[in-house]
Design a protein around this ligand. Structure first.
Ligand code: ADP
Ligand code: MG
Length: 258
């Protein structure tokens, strides 16, 4: 418990004088999977703090643990060992209902394959998380319309995913991820299924959201995508091999704070 209180403490003041609050703190995070008699450590001892408002890119070869790490941050999975505090909640200790609330309110997910409901319109897809949070119909639809408008998709509200381009589908997915105004957006190869021009426009959108204050953790293979990040975290075999900062990042001071 003492350990937890230390971890939840705000990060030291940065060079620009403001005190960045750590929104994500991972200490000794391990996720092992049992495969018959063998055990795979998909994530194998990760220590990382992410400042509120930071943009982190996760890079590494296929199988290096990127998706597992993102799923842990999103409360879709729990660690075998270690501590993960996200938005003040200790995910390793959290019970089922706390994890559900975490997924609904603290994080938005964006996936490579968009993961939209195929038989629902763009508007209905964006309404889903609002419905899960108990928002009444009229308020829900108004919010979903506003989000689609923000994504430049006003004219596409009544289209089903199959009637939309890949870039449009991803923008619907981003609108859906933002529905409940989460402080953190987790994206697993968001441009992986898009051509480079469309991918660049989706990244421009994510960067704008980050500039507006959302904390962004993006898994990518694409150096052009990672180039936008404040810090690039390189993974190999479930471990961090290197962290490169684009500029002296406010959060850099956190890494040796143990
Ligand atoms: P990445 O997203 O970097 O490609 P993953 O996080 O998906 O990597 O996987 C990391 C390692 O963990 C891989 O060796 C993968 O096979 C293994 N793994 C991931 N999820 C599971 C699972 N549900 N059961 C067993 N092994 C898994
Ligand atoms: Mg993956």
């Amino acid at each position: 418990m003492t350990e937890l209180i230390t971890l939840a403490r705000p990060a030291p003041a940065s060079t620009n004088g403001t005190a960045p609050t750590s929104i994500i703190e991972m200490r000794g995070v391990v996720r092992r999977y049992k495969m018959g008699s063998a055990t795979v450590a998909a994530v194998d001892g990760i220590d990382l703090g992410v400042a509120r408002g930071e943009f982190i890119a996760l890079m590494g070869a296929s199988g290096s643990g990127k998706s597992t790490l993102l799923n842990l941050l999103g409360g879709l999975d729990q660690p075998t060992a270690g501590t993960i505090v996200v938005a003040g909640l200790d995910l390793a200790q959290a019970g089922r209902s706390a994890l559900v609330e975490h997924r609904r309110r603290h994080v938005g997910f964006v996936f490579q394959s968009f993961n939209l409901l195929p038989h629902r319109t763009a508007l209905e897809n964006v309404e889903v998380p609002l419905m899960l949070c108990g928002q009444p119909g009229p308020a829900r639809r108004a919010r979903a319309r506003a989000l689609l408008e923000q994504m430049g998709l006003s004219g596409r509200a009544d289209h089903r995913p199959s009637e939309l381009s890949g870039g449009e589908q991803q923008r619907v997915a981003i609108a859906r991820a933002l529905a409940n105004q989460p402080p953190i957006l987790l994206a697993d190869e968001p441009t992986g299924n898009l051509d480079s021009t469309t991918g660049a426009s989706v990244m421009a959108l994510l960067r704008q959201l980050n500039a507006d204050g959302i904390t962004l953790v993006v898994v990518t293979h694409d150096p052009a995508v990672a180039a936008y990040a404040d810090r690039i975290v390189h993974l190999r075999d479930g471990q961090i091999t290197e962290i490169t900062a684009r500029t002296p990042a406010p959060a850099a001071a956190q890494e040796d704070r143990r």
